[in-house]
Design a protein. Structure first.
Lengths: 195, 195
DNA sequence: GCTCAAAGAGCACGATCGGTCACTTTCTGT
DNA sequence: ACAGAAAGTGACCGATCGTGCTCTTTGAGC
C-alpha cells in the first residue's frame, strides 16, 4: 500500500496550495486532479468525499506548520532564545516557505470564521493547541514565569505582527514589512522581559 | 431611474455580506439574487457581469469603511485624539458593524493576494489610499511631526492589532481580544508620543 | 510467477455555475 | 395620459461542479 500513500501526500500538498491561493470553497476536484496528474475519480480512491479531503489537508497543514516552527527550537534554551526563533520562523512560514499562496491557516481562519462545520471545528481545535504550546514557551521569558494573562497578551501581539507582515508583504508587496514586524516584536520582548 | 438605484444598492450590500462570509470566489449569482428577491437575470440589468458586480461591491465597501472610520474624526483636534478614535472605530468596524462576515477588506485581502486581476488591482489601489490617509493622521501624533518611516511603523502596528483582534474574536470567540488590542495600542501611543 | 486487492481511468448523473435572449411589467418624464 | 425607457421574469445555453458506476491497469505478498 506504499504507492497509494505517496499519491495521497501529493494530493494533500496540492490541495493545500490551491486552498491557500483560492480558498477551500473555490478548490475544485478537477483542478486538483489535473495538477496531481490523476483523473477526478482517482481522487475518490484516497478520500471518500471532498470534505474528507479538505479535513485531511488542513490537518496535515497544521502538522507541517507546528513541525516547522517548533521542530528546531528544542536545541535552544527556554525563554527568549526560543521565543525569538519561533517568531522568526513564524514570519518565514508566511513569507518564504509558502510563497505560493501564503499561510494556509491564515487563509482558512479568515474564510471559515463564519462558516460552521467540521472544517471550522478542526481549525479551532488545532489553533487552541497551538496557542497553548506558544504560551508555554512565552511564559519562560521571565523568571518567575509570566502569568497566563501576560503570556496570552504577548501571544496575541506576536500573532498580530505575523498577520500584519503577511498582509503588508503579500498583498502590497511591502518589502519593509518584515523589518517592521521584527522591530515591533523586539520592542515587545524588551518590555516583557523588563516588566 | 430611482427604483433601480435602490435595488442596485441592495444587491451590493448583499454581495458584500456574502463575500465577507464565503469569499468573492464562492459567491453565486443565484444566492445573491434569491437573497435580494430578484431573479438571476434581473441582476444583469444592473451589472453587465459578475466581475463588474464584484468590483462595484468592493469599491462601495471601501467607501463605507473610510466613511465609518474617518467620517466622525473631523470634529476632533489632530494628533492623539483623532488617532485614538480611528483605532477604536477600526476595531468596531471588524467586530460590531460587520458581525455577519467580518471586514470585507480583510477577507478580500487574504483571498486576492495571489489572484491577479482587476479586483486585486482595485483592492491594492484603495488600500494605498487608506494607508496615505492614515499616515497623515498618525504623523500629527508628535510635534515636530513623525517621519514617514515612523508613521508607517505606527500604521503597520495599528493594522496588525486590528487583524489580531479580528482573528482572535471572530474565529476563536476570544472576548478579551478587544482589550488586548487596545492595551497594545495604548502602549504603542505612549512610546510614540514620548519618543 | 501468480493472485488479488489497491490504484486509477472513463463515462455518466443531476445540480449548479455565469450568462443570453425574448418577453412582460413597472416606473418616469413630459 | 401616454410613450418609451427602465426593471424584472422565465426558459435555456454550454460548462463545470461533486459523486457514483464499471472497467482496466498496476503493484505487492505468498
Amino acid at each position: 500500500m506504499r504507492k497509494g500513500d505517496a499519491t495521497k501526500a501529493r494530493i494533500l500538498d496540492e490541495t493545500a496550495r490551491q486552498a491557500a491561493v483560492k480558498g477551500f470553497g473555490a478548490v475544485s476536484l478537477n483542478d486538483v486532479a489535473e495538477a496531481v496528474g490523476l483523473s477526478k475519480s482517482g481522487l475518490f480512491k484516497h478520500f471518500e468525499s471532498k470534505e474528507v479531503m479538505e479535513l485531511a489537508t488542513l490537518d496535515q497543514g497544521f502538522d507541517r506548520f507546528v513541525d516547522y516552527i517548533l521542530g528546531p527550537v528544542g536545541t535552544l534554551p527556554p525563554g527568549r532564545p526560543r521565543v525569538e526563533m519561533i517568531f522568526d520562523r513564524w514570519l518565514d512560514w508566511s513569507e518564504v516557505e509558502n510563497a505560493a499562496g501564503g499561510c494556509l491557516i491564515v487563509a482558512a481562519s479568515v474564510e471559515l470564521d463564519d462558516q460552521p462545520g467540521p472544517l471550522r471545528d478542526l481549525l479551532i481545535r488545532r489553533v487552541k493547541q497551538w496557542r497553548k504550546a506558544l504560551a508555554r514557551e512565552v511564559k519562560a521569558l521571565r523568571d518567575p514565569e509570566l502569568s497566563d494573562e501576560e503570556a496570552a497578551s504577548v501571544g496575541f501581539q506576536m500573532k498580530s505582527y505575523v498577520l500584519g507582515q503577511a498582509d503588508a508583504k503579500r498583498l502590497m508587496g511591502d518589502s519593509t514589512a518584515r523589518k517592521a514586524a521584527h522591530a515591533a516584536f523586539a520592542a515587545l520582548l524588551d518590555r516583557t522581559v523588563a516588566g
